[in-house]
Design a protein around this ligand. Structure first.
Ligand SMILES: [Zn+2]
Length: 230
């Protein structure tokens, strides 16, 4: 997982890769294009085109595509090749948010009840990276935000100490799919304020407020993304 702010997603060929980070760099570059809809949902992904674009061999590209396939962002069809996963349907979107609303506010309450310095530091750190402005263009920043939001929410689930709930949500790769619905700075700016409210509740080890703040954040996130279906 690379959250290195000095890397430039989308232009992997512009810096000298260390051998074991080449796949990581190619992965980051393709991930950024998928999240920013530069590779449109449902469209073909041609290995040869990526070879030319990133100026690397097929091997790291196939490895990166395999990893993206595992995350549900890329689909591979026998004899056809790779395709970007189609956009999630309205029905699936509703189902995902229902699942999140069932599990995440409850988990936030549990995490707050078990809060200690180590957990609070881990959650603060996950939240702090997101707030940082850097030299990225907006689209790269957006794709980075999707990944960091996933880590922030996963860290809270980890602190709630129910691995089954954590795995259930991780398996959906929710953030990767919902962030592909629309590219809009509102999605990131407003979420940061809501995260701050969640953090404040954790700092006070206040279960009721943590639960309410998480519920509000997920409901607001849903309402921000709903116009994508209009
Ligand atoms: Zn969030």
């Amino acid at each position: 997982m690379s959250v290195d702010n000095s890397s430039e997603a989308g232009s992997a060929s512009s810096y000298i890769p260390r051998p074991n980070s080449l796949v990581e760099d190619v992965y980051d570059a393709i991930f950024a294009q998928l999240m920013a809809l530069k590779i449109a949902p449902g469209s073909r992904i041609t290995v040869d085109n990526l070879v030319k674009e990133f100026n690397v061999s097929q091997t790291p590209i196939r490895e990166a595509l395999g990893r993206l396939e595992g995350e549900g962002l890329v689909q591979k069809t026998h004899l056809v090749g790779y395709r970007a996963a189609p956009q999630i349907t309205r029905r699936r979107f509703d189902e995902l948010y229902e699942l999140r609303l069932l599990l995440e506010p409850h988990s936030a309450a549990r995490a707050a009840a078990m809060m200690d310095d180590v957990k609070l530091r881990a959650i603060r750190e996950a939240a702090g990276i997101m707030a940082r402005r850097d030299g990225h263009d907006e689209r790269a920043r957006y794709s980075n935000f999707a990944r960091l939001d996933a880590i922030f929410h996963d860290t809270i689930l980890k602190c709630a100490e129910n691995e089954l709930i954590r795995e259930t949500l991780a398996f959906q790769h929710t953030h990767f799919h919902i962030f592909r619905l629309m590219f809009h700075s509102r999605v990131t700016e407003e979420a940061l304020d809501e995260h701050a409210a969640i953090l404040a509740a954790f700092a006070a080890a206040d279960s009721a407020h943590a639960e309410a703040a998480m519920r509000r954040h997920i409901e607001c996130s849903r309402d921000r993304l709903l116009p994508a279906f209009d």
